[in-house]
Design a protein around this ligand. Structure first.
Ligand code: PLP
Length: 404
């Protein structure tokens, strides 16, 4: 069994094997085909249809990663040179780098104690160049979407939901990714469900679907047969998911709700054991439909968080390198592979977001379903942990905190 990774990776089983074997036996690994294509098992199309059903979205496009999903969304929305996109300073680097790679300008925003973008700090960042807000449903917790959507509506901005860490989370009864104009998902090893790598875009808008699909496959119209010269909308990329990945993604999507139910039960058990402790609180959860992949403890002080982590072998979230703007030297120094002028008039620097820094210095992630040192959640439980194991981890955390 996996030692680190997301909950989906911990529950790989016969279902994934069966889907993959069907593809291999057909010996046809490309996503396009029809009833006349020998060996074609349409796993990518089945995955897209399953995802649409589960998410309650009109359209889905499978891709090769969450990063590429974000790029395809930005392209679909027509975001590029001189446009600004508001994005939180606590997120995986891809949320920010894809804005830069689109030729646009990331404008970093504060988070609040939900560890997602602070809606009260967004309006001050809006300029005539602002085109979109990219809320990131960090660590499985839905953003305060009501507030964000109201701001977007008032200022006529797009909302692109980065749902990479929140596959399956819901907000007020609907899945995240369906509230904004578009939603982007990741299926990498550390996500709610996984195909090793992989991703998807969802949207309810026909035009945005066609554009995202086109960008993901050299500008082609959805579900092409062959190469349609003369019919392509614009230049695009190759972000096509292959059938082996589609097979695993399909089996995992079918397990999504069971995974979420299990995580929520196990997280509640662990959280309940810690609720009366001094020196701590928990991060704000914006909706009980969160993924429950992690339990985030907020210590009263940075010193207490560090002392606790010294005992578990972890580090406060402030030091989880790939996810905190302070640790993204390529962003702070505006280093892009090729010459761009899009970020030239923008200044980024360490500790430019004091509220975010204060929260992350005091925050510690305990794993529930996502076991990932890079996220600061190398310690805790996993989706397969038994009641005894959860009790043992809960007791240990209690003792550590009581003896700080
Ligand atoms: C919030 C967020 N956005 C985007 C991504 C990029 O996803 P991928 O690794 O599939 O490219 C990740 C992955 O860690 C993420 O956590």
């Amino acid at each position: 069994m996996a030692k680190s990774g997301g909950p989906g990776a911990f529950v790989f089983g016969q279902e994934e094997c069966k889907e993959v074997m069907e593809v291999l036996q057909g010996r046809y690994l490309f996503r396009y085909g029809d009833e006349n294509t020998e060996g074609y098992t349409h796993k990518v199309v089945d995955f897209e249809n399953e995802l649409k059903k589960v998410m309650g979205a009109k359209h889905a496009v499978a891709t090769t990663s969450g990063t590429n999903s974000l790029l395809a969304c930005l392209a679909a929305l027509g975001i590029g040179a001189d446009d600004e996109v508001i994005v939180p300073g606590y997120t995986f680097i891809a949320s920010i780098s894809t804005i830069m790679l689109s030729g646009a300008i990331p404008v970093l925003a504060e988070i609040d104690e939900s560890l997602t973008i602070d809606p009260t700090k967004i309006e001050a960042l809006i300029t005539p160049r602002t085109k979109a807000i990219m809320p990131v449903h960090m660590l499985g917790n839905p953003c305060d979407l009501d507030a964000i959507l109201a701001i977007a509506k008032k200022h006529n901005l797009y909302v692109l939901e980065d749902c990479c860490q929140a596959v399956g989370a819901s907000y007020k009864g609907n899945r995240v990714g369906t509230y904004g104009n578009m939603g982007a998902f990741s299926l990498n090893l550390f996500k709610t469900i996984s195909s090793g790598d992989g991703g998807a875009v969802i949207t309810n808008d026909d035009d945005l679907y066609e554009r995202a699909f086109g960008f993901h496959d050299q500008g082609h119209k959805p579900n092409r047969m062959g190469v349609e010269v003369g019919n392509r909308s614009f230049v695009g990329m190759n972000m096509r998911m292959n059938e082996l990945t589609g097979a695993v993604a399909l089996a995992q999507t079918r397990k999504l709700d069971e995974i979420l139910t299990t995580l929520r039960t196990k997280k509640a058990m662990l959280k309940d054991m810690l609720k009366d402790l001094p020196h701590i609180s928990f991060r704000k959860i914006n909706d009980p439909g969160e993924c429950a992949t992690l339990l985030t403890i907020l210590f009263d002080t940075k010193e207490l968080a560090e002392k606790f982590c010294a005992q578990t072998g972890g580090r406060p979230i402030a030091y989880s390198g790939w996810h905190v703007y302070n640790n993204m030297e390529q962003v702070l120094e505006k280093k892009t592979a090729a010459k761009t002028n899009n970020v030239n008039d923008r200044v980024y620097y360490k500790h430019m977001l004091p509220q975010t820094d204060d929260i992350l210095d005091r925050a510690v992630n305990i794993s529930v379903g996502v076991v990932d040192k890079g996220l600061g959640s190398g310690y805790g439980i996993n989706i397969c942990s038994t009641e005894e194991e959860i009790k043992a981890v809960g007791e240990n955390i209690r003792n550590l905190i009581l003896n700080l």
